[in-house]
Every structure is written in C-alpha cells, then in structure tokens.
Unconditional design. Structure first.
Length: 98
C-alpha cells in the first residue's frame, strides 16, 4: 500500500485552535491535540479505516475517525487525504459545516 499525503485544511487547523481555546493551555490540552494529530497519521497508510460520515447534501464522500471526544472528518482522493474538520462529538451534529 502506498503512503498518502495528509493535508489539514485551514478549517481543520482552526478547529484544533478552538479545541485548545476551549480546553485552555495545559499539558492535558497538548496531549489531547497530539492524540488527534497522531490518530490522523494512520490515514497515510489506511485512508479507508474511517467510518463513512453521512452528509446527504454532499456529492463528496466523507469519513471520520474518533479520538476521544473528537471526530476527525476527512476525504481522500488517490494519493492525498484531506482533513476537513475536527468536531467535538458532544456538540449538536447539525452544527457541523462542511
């Protein structure tokens, strides 16, 4: 299996900043963000390992991985994986914008 490039969109990076802001600056917050980023790295080798994210209004297929309370929402095309969002699963799913 070939290695894929993982690209974080601006929106997904902003989501990580929101996680940091919400949790506050602490070693626990750093560990949470590190776990999210590490979990996403598995997509380099296994882009189909995530569950399909139901988004009926979209033509593009999204998948997600779960790390703790967060969903890492992504799509992939051939050799590239795009991380689109990091979503706190405790929030209303209707507030997810892709």
């Amino acid at each position: 299996m070939s290695v894929r490039r993982v690209i974080w969109t601006t929106e997904a990076l902003n989501d990580l900043l929101d996680v940091e802001t919400f949790l506050g600056s602490s070693p626990k917050t750093e560990a949470t963000i590190d776990k999210i980023v590490s979990r996403a790295q598995q997509l380099e080798q296994h882009p189909e390992s995530g569950v399909i994210q139901a988004m009926p209004a979209h033509r593009q297929q999204y998948r997600y991985l779960v790390e703790g309370k967060y969903k890492i929402i992504y799509s992939y095309q051939q050799s590239t994986v795009y991380i689109h969002a990091v979503f706190d699963s405790r929030r209303d799913p209707g507030s997810l914008k892709l």
